[in-house]
Structure formats: C-alpha cells, structure tokens
Design a protein around this ligand. Structure first.
Ligand code: URA
Length: 206
C-alpha cells in the first residue's frame, strides 16, 4: 500500500480551521468540502482518460473524458460528509454505503449495514475522514476487495500511524490519501492532536 500525505497550502490552512475547537458547524461544512476536493483530486489522479470529439465555438477538436468507472463508498456516519464534494467532482460515479460501529469495550469494528453497487473493475474510493486504528477501513476494504475493484483507495482528512500500519499490513496494494499524519492515538483511540470526533463536529452532535 502506498500512503500519500497530500500537501497543499490550502489544505494546510483548511485543516487548521478544522482542528480549531471553536470552528462553527457551518464553517466546518465548508472546510470539509474544501479539503475533500483537494484530497479527492489527488486520489483520482491516475484515472484513465479517453479521447472525445467536441466542437468549440470556433472549430471541431478533440478533448478528454474520464474512461474509468468510479464508485465512492462512504463509511457512515462521518464518511457521508465527503460524499457531496465527491459527487460534485464526478456526478456519474456510483455510491456505496457501509455502516460501521466500534464496540466501545473491545474497540472491535462491526458492520451494521452495507449497500454496495457492482464494483468489479471499478476505481473505488472509500471515504472516511479519520483513519484512527484502521479497523473500520480494514473492515470496509474486506467487504469491497473480494469484488475485485481496479483500484482500491481510502481518502481520509487525518491519519494516525497506527491506522496506516494496520491497513498497510492487511491490504498491501491499496492506496491511502490524507492531509496529515498526526502523532498517534490516545487511550480512547482518538487521533492526537486530531480534531475531535469528526461526525459530531460535522453534524453538531457534541
Ligand atoms: N474518529 C473521529 O472522529 N476522531 C478521531 O480522532 C478518531 C476516530
């Protein structure tokens, strides 16, 4: 697996506002959209193109269209926050949803819901803003990988080294994108310094 920290001045400043505990829910939505665009653009960099004929106002010419078929899979709840920007970039993509909960005692991830479209041969991007232990992402990958996607990738806003290592061991050929690699996890498996609970901050359920 390759782990890519996507470095961009806009992403850095947006991330700082996301981390700030005083940032409002309203601003949080805008920042999430902004950082998602930057991360997704990088995660989709190796999409294949096909040549298409078009007419400009002045002359016929050739242009490019996306040749790959793309599926976004949001890990509910927090991953759905990135679905809007993903579809703004690629409205023709199909969508999957996987509901994953962590057992608070064992921290084991378990899937309570899944609805996936056909995935074989498709360019699959899993959306989960916080890669903490990596157990949720690994569970999502284990549900998707048997369907043989062309590319299997994860887009997160923040990653912890523990999560990156866990996923790298289990899915050596997957691609992972994040705006930063933080110090590590605390006893509650929150990313430090992190930004808190992404879902709570996005949905205002603090
Ligand atoms: N999920 C979150 O929302 N935040 C963390 O720090 C870890 C997992």
């Amino acid at each position: 697996m390759a782990f890519h920290v996507v470095r961009h001045p806009i992403a850095e400043s947006v991330l700082t506002r996301l981390r700030d505990r005083d940032t409002s829910v309203c601003e949080y939505h805008l920042l999430c959209r902004q950082v998602s665009f930057i991360l997704l653009a990088e995660a989709l960099r190796s999409l294949e193109l096909k040549t298409v004929p078009i007419n400009t106002p002045l002359a016929p010419c050739e242009g490019n269209a996306i040749a790959d078929l793309v599926t976004f899979v949001a890990i509910s709840r927090a991953g759905t926050a990135m679905l809007g920007p993903a579809l703004e970039l690629l409205p023709e993509a199909t969508i999957g949803t996987i509901g994953i909960e962590r057992d608070p005692m064992t921290t084991e991830a378990h899937c309570y819901y899944q609805k996936l479209p056909k995935i074989k041969g498709r360019y699959v991007v899993v959306l989960d803003p916080m890669l903490a232990t990596g157990h949720s992402a690994a569970l999502a990958f284990s549900l998707i990988a048997p369907q043989q996607p062309k590319i299997l990738s994860l887009v997160s806003v923040l990653a912890a080294p523990e999560g990156v290592e866990h996923l790298m061991k289990k899915f050596p050929s997957a691609q992972l994108y994040a705006a930063a690699l933080d110090q590590g996890l605390n006893e509650q498996n929150f990313i430090v310094p992190g930004l808190g609970d992404f879902g709570d901050r996005f949905y205002g359920t603090l």
